[in-house]
Design a protein around this ligand. Structure first.
Ligand code: HEC
Ligand code: HEC
Length: 211
């Protein structure tokens, strides 16, 4: 009896809870939209300048490109963003009252990716890996070495994404462009099949293979 219940709960979890979770997984691309709507006026476009409202009200917002936030967990940072206003005398609005929990987590995942270098795109590595598995493995191979099942037949020497430095030569803008528009006769254009945020996700995954 106990086992049946356990099994049933397990199945329920797999069938219903998992997809719901994936949907609520923090997404930096959604976070970026929210950031532009709620935060940029004070923290500036890149998180490290004073936006127009900060200037007008003579505020000095925190610099969000610091390492401190990059190493913080999404939950911790979401909590700071949501409830920071509790701090006595803080000029930072209390976002937890206005922004739902799931959006606070999207925001946190975006803020975590703000760096001094100003990346041109942000993406979610985990989602990128899933997309890579279905869309790229056939040619680029499971590990990105350029030895997928179609690679031999195509007969074009393909870059090994895992070789250090190889993809460093390709700028962020070019990497997105290649995935979006394709290249040569065999690299398909993904624009229209993958949306912009999926293209960023898979690009971040490719970048990460070379680290
Ligand atoms: C009205 C201006 C204003 C807006 C809008 C604003 N902030 Fe802030 N924020 C501040 C100020 C000012 C500080 C730091 C000084 C303080 O506490 O008064 C701050 C501090 C922070 C901190 C640092 C907390 C810490 O102690 O490390 C984070 C993180 C942060 N803001 C994120 C955000 C995010 C994300 C948004 C958008 C949802 C946002 N802020 C919108 C003014 C603003
Ligand atoms: C049908 C085979 C095929 C598939 C599927 C495929 N690619 Fe490619 N890809 C190629 C080939 C062939 C090249 C080399 C093109 C050239 O240089 O002529 C290439 C080149 C690239 C490059 C440029 C590397 C360099 O030379 O600097 C990137 C980045 C890339 N692919 C990413 C992806 C991603 C991400 C996916 C999945 C969304 C993907 N590819 C799916 C065949 C494929």
């Amino acid at each position: 009896m106990k086992h049946t219940i356990l099994l049933a709960t397990g199945l329920f979890f797999l069938l219903f809870a998992m997809p719901a979770r994936a949907e609520h997984e923090p997404n930096p691309n959604i976070g970026k939209h929210l950031y532009r709507a709620y935060c940029m006026v004070c923290h500036g476009a890149e998180g490290n300048t004073r936006g127009p409202l900060a200037k007008k009200r003579k505020l000095i917002p925190a610099n969000l490109t610091g390492n401190r936030y990059q190493v913080m967990s999404v939950d911790k940072l979401a909590d700071i963003i949501g409830y920071y206003g509790r701090k006595e005398g803080s000029q930072m609005p209390r976002w937890g009252d206005a922004i739902p929990e799931s959006n606070l987590r999207h925001l946190a995942s975006y803020v975590k990716q703000l760096t001094k270098k100003g990346l041109q795109f942000r993406g979610n590595v985990r989602r990128g890996r899933m997309i890579y598995k279905s869309a790229c493995v056939a040619c680029h191979g499971k590990r990105g070495k350029g030895n997928g099942i179609l690679a031999d037949l195509i007969g074009i020497a393909m870059v090994d994404f895992t070789e250090k430095g190889v993809m460093k030569k390709v700028s962020d803008a070019t990497l997105l462009e290649i995935i979006r528009k394709g290249r040569g006769d065999f690299m398909p254009a993904w624009h229209g099949t993958l949306n912009d945020s999926e293209i960023s996700d898979v690009a971040v995954f490719v970048r990460q293979l070379g680290r």
